[in-house]
Structures are given as C-alpha cells and as structure tokens.
Write a protein that binds this ligand. Structure first.
Ligand code: SPD
Length: 284
C-alpha cells in the first residue's frame, strides 16, 4: 500500500507555508515537537514546534549564507562554536576550511541530532564522523557563560525561531557573551530572521549587534520554504573586513563547493536591506 500523503503547514501571521509528503517521524522530545517528513519536492524536511527548520532541497540557501561570509573573511580560523545547528548543515560547511581544528556544536536537544543523523543524511553528510566536530548537549547560554574570553575564532548562532526554549539566546546578554568568547579579530554570525515575516525580532537583532560590535552588517537572501521566503544573516566583529573582503586562501575551492553562495552573491546580499528596515533603524 502506498504511504498516505498529507500536507503539513507552518502557519504564520494568517499565511500557510506547506509541504506535501509522508511523515517519517513525529514525536515530542523533552524540549519540543519534532516532525520529519519525506516530501514530494523538497527531499526530507524537519519541522520543530510547527516551524520549518530545514529541507534537503533548500538547506544550502541557509547554511552557506550563515557560514561562508564569516569564514571566508578570515585568513585562518581554528576554533568554531555552533549554537544550535543540530541538523549538521552548519558543521558540514565549516569543515570545508582546512585550518579548523575544533568545532564545538552545542545543541540543547539531543533527539534533533539523533533524528538528523538518521533522516537528514544530506545535511550532516560526513561531518558526524569528523574528529574535529565535538557534540555537546547543553543549553547555549550556559555554554557561552562557562567559556573563557577570546576562545573562538567564529561563533555561529544557528537557532530556531524565538520560542520558550530559544528566547534566552535572542538577548543582548547572550550576544555580549558571544562577543566576549570570540577573539578580537573573530566574528559572531547569526541567522537574523525575516524582515517581512518577523520584522520586530529582525530589527531587534540588528540593533543589538550594532550596539555591541564595532562593525556589523546584515545580508539578505532567500530560503524559499520559510515564511515569506526572504531571510537574513547578521555578522558582528570588533576588527574584521566588513565581511566583503575575502581573506581565506582557498576561496576558489570553497566557491566551487557551494550550490548557492559565492563572493558576488554575498556582495549583492549585503546591499539588500529593504528601505522599510533601513528607515526603522534610522529612527532608533
Ligand atoms: N523559520 C526558520 C528559522 C530557522 C533557522 N534555523 C534553521 C536551522 C537550520 N540549521
């Protein structure tokens, strides 16, 4: 008998963002409801508490834009922290940089990692077997609070949308801690939600980065199945190159390995702040 296909929608602000397919797993972890669906057109897709997180087909729009603007703008990076990122996509992109010796992946929900290894193999690929990747099941704020100053070259915040379990990592206090544990010439990079479907939190993140870091910039691109499609990533540093001047020596091979990101794509994406967001930021 053919598996029964259904629609699953993320419902946001009176709109529905739906994928059709069959459910592979739906369960409640101690932290959240986890659903993984084998979809008709997007490969396998992960939903947490009713919000789409990633899909085989579209994950590169998201993970390449989070990782490469930061890592390509440093000559070298050795230690990296990923807060969240339990699907493995961010770690996979970081591991393309040969100087990296340690990736601490700090995920609060171990069931997300276990299910991603089983059902989202395209995302983590071989990253899970790489000795440089250390998995730490821990609360993100607790991890950064217990880390010494200037320890990481790059901190990536690869979290889910604001919710009961993620709210404390959408805070000024958390971003300040991230800055403290990042080297002076390093970078803090975060997904910064959508200017269209989450404008308040989007502006709040940009404001916080501007308040904390000497240099900060936001880039815009698409993650087609997220609410409204348009998405953003924000980068902060005390001393860097505005993320527009690539420094990494093997940049060509990184470009060639990507499906979405390249230096021109990034250059345009950093110039795409919608006027309505620019105007709101001017008033603050
Ligand atoms: N609305 C979706 C926001 C998701 C951001 N994080 C996705 C995690 C992918 N590693």
């Amino acid at each position: 008998m053919k598996p029964h296909k259904i629609w699953i929608d993320e419902i946001h602000g009176g709109s529905r963002y739906g994928l059709k397919g069959t459910i592979l797993i739906k369960k409640r972890s101690p932290f959240q409801e986890i659903t993984i669906m084998e979809t008709e057109n997007h490969g396998n897709a992960l939903m947490l508490d009713g919000c789409w997180m990633t899909s085989d087909k579209e994950e590169k729009y998201y993970h390449e834009c989070l990782v490469h603007p930061a890592l390509s703008s440093l000559k070298t990076a050795s230690r990296v922290l990923i807060i969240g990122g339990g699907d493995g996509g961010t770690a996979r992109e970081c591991l393309k940089y040969s100087d990296i010796s340690l990736i601490d992946l700090v995920e609060i929900d171990k069931e997300v990692i276990e299910l991603a290894k089983k059902y989202l193999k395209e995302l983590g690929q071989n990253a899970w077997e790489d000795k440089r990747l250390k998995i730490n099941i821990c609360n993100g704020l607790k991890w950064v609070s217990n880390t010494q100053n200037n320890y990481y070259d790059v901190v990536f915040i690869d979290c889910s949308d604001p919710s009961e379990i993620s709210n404390e990592i959408y805070s000024l206090k958390f971003y300040e801690e991230c800055k403290r544990i990042t080297k002076k010439e390093g970078i803090v990079a975060t997904q910064s939600e959508s200017p269209e479907s989450f404008p308040a939190i989007h502006i709040e993140i940009i404001k916080s980065f501007k308040q904390i870091f000497k240099i900060s910039s936001t880039m815009y691109s698409f993650v087609p199945f997220y609410p409204s499609g348009i998405w953003s990533w924000t980068f902060g540093s005390e001393d860097s190159t505005q993320f527009l001047n690539p420094q990494y020596k093997h940049i060509d091979s990184i470009e060639n390995s990507c499906d979405i990101w390249n230096l021109n794509y990034q250059k345009g994406a950093f110039q795409m702040m919608p006027n309505k967001i620019l105007n709101k930021l001017k008033k603050i």
